[in-house]
Every structure is written in structure tokens, then in C-alpha cells.
Design a protein around this ligand. Structure first.
Ligand code: FAD
Ligand code: SF4
Ligand code: SF4
Length: 398
């Protein structure tokens, strides 16, 4: 709450500093309106200390009613309403991580599923560790929409009061989680690479300052504690088929006016290379050793010859403009774990390795026999990429 005391001399110095046009001087007194966000800018300029902001002490709040670890279930898009969607891999990774947290806290692990139609998704969610599935089925949930999904999740959180909530650090999760956090007025740790329980709180670890240090973050004063987690960082546990999750059906009144963005056309693109790099089963990556953008383009040709192949890049290749940043693999790019990772002209700096070492099979081509990439590669070819790559493409074409 903001208050102006009788000390006010009506000087008006607080008016221009307010970023929200929330203050005006009336009858020689400053008056704040409902646009005030309690930012405190006016307090600092008042020459007579007339403005006082009384903030609720965050630490004084009682969080004992907040229980359970929630995971937002991310679905693929479906071509039409008759087709079933799939649960995205990142959800299973989050459920496996969430299971460990819930076991340590002795609380339930709950999956939050928003969809137009449930095609028995609770079976897979249960197999990966969910005790409960909060299911909201509604026609308006056929396709993802920030306003609608965040409104539904906020109402579920207010109703059931989870202690923690996890989202994938995917395009969708990065869009949804901040909106939910802002509406609930709670914190959010983005892009976590490790999660643990410390003194009953969620310990959230993530790279900071461009990846030069790891930061451990706690949110003791707000609930739910919310985090987005990078895909492919946490390996999902083996599913226990037949393990059942209790389905809790939740009603939702979804007003159409909530939808501020209209989708005019939907296209499911199946062209080669259209798969997101974090979901790819085969990645053909190139580094500085590819030399030019034109030569780098040969990797596109190779990726199209390998089913499910997409092109990745080292940071040096991205900096040189060979490939867009979204395809950068590594600490300040994307973490990947494909079945097959091919590295052409990449030295294997630690910042690159950290983003791809979880790949099942790594094959590296480098002219330097001492290149560190060979330390993580299962198969290595010492040679010139510009001789080897065209031959490999030729052989695959045959
Ligand atoms: P180089 O290290 O220059 O290696 C080129 C390789 O190509 C060499 O091994 C060379 O022997 C080989 N080569 C050259 N010509 C040929 C040829 N004709 N045939 C065969 N081989 C050849 N890097 C990332 O990749 N991802 C990240 O997310 C990332 N994040 C970072 C974050 C921070 C905070 C910092 C400080 C750095 C980060 N880096 C990252 C950069 C990283 O340290 C390296 O600089 C980068 O990975 C090097 O890319 P490269 O292997 O393509 O290039
Ligand atoms: Fe404006 Fe911030 Fe002062 Fe509120 S606290 S009146 S928002 S400057
Ligand atoms: Fe009153 Fe202080 Fe604002 Fe001046 S700066 S109008 S004294 S509240």
C-alpha cells in the first residue's frame, strides 16, 4: 500500500518520475491512483519523505497449505481435431525429475494436462511416474494459446495450491510459465539444468553470466516455486507400464473473449530438417572447420539423406553466419541427445561437449588427431571434411 503523509508540500517532483502515470498533484497533495505498481521511484525523489510504501512481508506468509509437485504436460500439435496428439519427450524428462523431488518431499507428483480430447494419455503419464493427472478437456484447448492456457493453469493452481511447478524450457514453456508466474505474482527460474530439494525447498540450478558460472536459486517466499527445465538435460527414467495415475477431471469455464490471437492457417511441415533440434534423432553438426557458408550447406544435403536428420552447429559456425543461432548446440545454445550425432570440423570445446555428450553415438571428422572431440566420439575419422563429406553423401545416395 502507498500513502502520502501530511508532510507533502505539493512540489510535484514525484509526478514526472512515475513510469506508470499513477500520480498527480491535487489541492497541493500528491494522489496515487490504481495504476501504481509500488515501484518506489517516487519515494526516492520526494524532498520531504512524504511517500511511504508498506509492503507485505513475503517471509511472513504461511506456505504450509501448498503441497505437491506439478508438471505441465506439453503436447505436439495435431493436424485436425480427429487426430490424437502426442506427449512431448520433455514431459517425460520432467516427470522423472519431478518423481525424485516428490519422493524426497513425500508428496504427490501431478501432471497437468490441458487438451480438447483425452486419448488415454494418463497411461503414459502414470508409467513415467505421475500419481495424479489434473485433466481439463475443452474444445478451446485444441491448440495452444497463451491467454487461455495460462488462465486455466492459474485457476488450477489457486484451487489446488501445488508447492512446485515445472515446465519444459521449450518455445511453449518459455511462453506459458512467465505468464502464469506474473499472474500469480511468484518467481520463475528459467532454463534450469538441475533440480534438487534443499531444506524442503526447490533448489534450482542454471548457468548464469553467459554460462561462466552455475547459479543455485531458491524461492522461499512464494508458492508455487516455478522453473522451466531445458529439454534433453534430464534423462527420463524407464516407463513402468501398467503403473496407473488417478485422473482428476477439472471443469473450466473458458470465455472465447480470452483468446486475443486468432490462428488463421495451420501447416504441419514435414520437410527434411523441420524437426526441432532438441527433438531430433539424428544431428549433422558443423564447426569452423567447414570454412564457408557454401561448404556448410553440404551438411543440409547429408541431413536430408538420413531419416530424421537436422543440421546443428558449433558457436563458432553460428558466429561466422553459417547457421542460425537456434541450431547452436552447447552450453549457450541447445542441449541435445539424439541417437546419432555427426560432428564435422568441430574441435570439441567443453562448452560444445556439454550440450551433446548425452548423444547415443557420436561420430567425429577432424583433421587434427588430438582434437578433444575424439575423447567423446565412438567413431573418429582423422581427415579433411571437404574430401570426406562429398564421398559420404555420394555413398548414401547410392
Ligand atoms: P574451432 O575450435 O576453431 O575448431 C575447428 C576445428 O575444425 C578444429 O578442431 C580443426 O582441427 C578442425 N578443422 C579445420 N579444418 C578442417 C578440415 N578441413 N577438415 C577437418 N577438420 C578441420 N561453443 C559451442 O559450440 N556451443 C556453445 O553453446 C558455446 N557456448 C559457449 C559459452 C561460453 C560462455 C563460452 C566462453 C564459449 C562458448 N562456446 C560454445 C565456444 C567454444 O568455447 C568454442 O570456441 C567453439 O565451440 C569452437 O567451435 P568450433 O569447434 O567450430 O571451432
Ligand atoms: Fe508511480 Fe511507482 Fe510512485 Fe506508484 S510507487 S506512484 S508506480 S512512481
Ligand atoms: Fe508531495 Fe513529495 Fe510528491 Fe512533492 S515529491 S508532491 S512533496 S509527495
Amino acid at each position: 500500500m502507498i500513502e502520502v503523509s501530511k508532510k507533502c508540500i505539493g512540489c510535484g517532483k514525484c509526478v514526472p518520475v512515475c513510469p506508470f502515470a499513477a500520480v498527480q498533484v491535487m489541492n497541493k497533495m500528491a494522489v496515487m491512483n490504481e495504476a501504481c505498481t509500488l515501484c518506489g521511484a517516487c519515494v526516492q525523489v520526494c524532498p520531504v519523505e512524504a511517500i511511504v510504501i508498506n509492503r507485505e512481508k513475503a517471509s511472513a506468509r504461511d506456505h504450509s497449505g501448498y503441497k505437491g509437485v506439478w508438471v505441465f504436460v506439453e503436447m505436439t500439435d495435431a493436424a485436425d481435431k480427429a487426430s490424437a496428439k502426442k506427449i512431448r519427450q520433455v514431459t517425460f524428462e520432467l516427470l522423472s525429475a519431478g518423481r525424485r523431488l516428490a519422493d524426497e518431499l513425500k508428496e504427490d507428483l501431478c501432471a497437468v494436462l490441458l487438451t480438447d480430447k483425452n486419448h488415454g494419455y494418463e497411461k503414459e503419464l502414470g508409467a513415467y511416474g505421475a500419481d495424479k493427472v489434473y485433466l481439463v478437456e475443452h474444445d478451446e484447448l485444441f491448440e495452444y494459446n497463451t491467454d487461455i492456457f495460462s488462465t486455466v493453469i492459474v485457476s488450477l493452481v489457486n484451487r489446488h495450491k501445488p508447492s512446485m511447478m515445472l515446465y519444459g524450457a521449450t518455445i511453449r514453456g518459455r511462453d506459458l510459465a512467465p505468464r502464469v508466474a506474473a499472474t500469480l505474482y511468484v518467481g520463475l527460474t528459467a532454463d534450469c539444468t538441475a533440480l534438487a530439494v534443499k531444506d524442503g525447498l526447490l533448489l534450482q540450478s542454471r548457468p548464469a553470466f553467459g554460462g561462466n558460472i552455475m547459479a543455485d536459486i531458491l524461492s522461499p517466499n512464494s508458492r508455487p516455486q516455478m522453473a522451466t527445465v531445458r529439454p534433453n538435460v534430464m534423462k527420463p527414467g524407464a516407463p513402468v507400464h501398467g503403473r496407473l495415475a488417478l485422473v482428476v477431471r477439472e471443469s473450466a469455464k473458458i470465455d472465447k473473449s480470452l483468446r486475443r490471437v486468432k490462428v488463421l492457417e495451420r501447416k504441419i511441415v514435414n520437410e527434411c530438417g523441420a524437426v526441432k533440434i532438441e527433438d531430433a534423432k539424428v544431428i549433422v553438426s558443423g564447426g569452423r572447420g567447414m570454412k564457408t557458408k557454401e561448404k556448410f550447406a553440404l551438411l543440409e544435403e547429408l541431413s536430408c539423406l538420413l531419416p530424421g536428420g537436422v543440421v546443428g552447429a558449433s558457436r563458432a559456425a553460428v558466429d561466422l553466419g553459417f547457421k542460425e543461432k537456434a541450431r547452436q548446440v552447447g552450453q549457450s545454445g541447445t542441449t541435445v541427445s539424439p541417437r546419432l550425432y555427426l560432428a564435422f570440423g568441430i574441435s570439441g570445446a567443453v562448452q560444445h561437449i556439454v550440450g551433446m555428450k548425452a548423444s547415443d553415438v557420436i561420430i567425429a571428422v577432424n583433421k587434427d588427431p588430438n582434437a578433444p572431440i575424439f575423447n567423446v566420439a565412438k567413431y573418429g575419422i582423422v581427415g579433411d571434411v571437404h574430401e570426406i563429406l562429398p564421398k559420404l553423401i555420394e555413398a548414401l545416395k547410392k
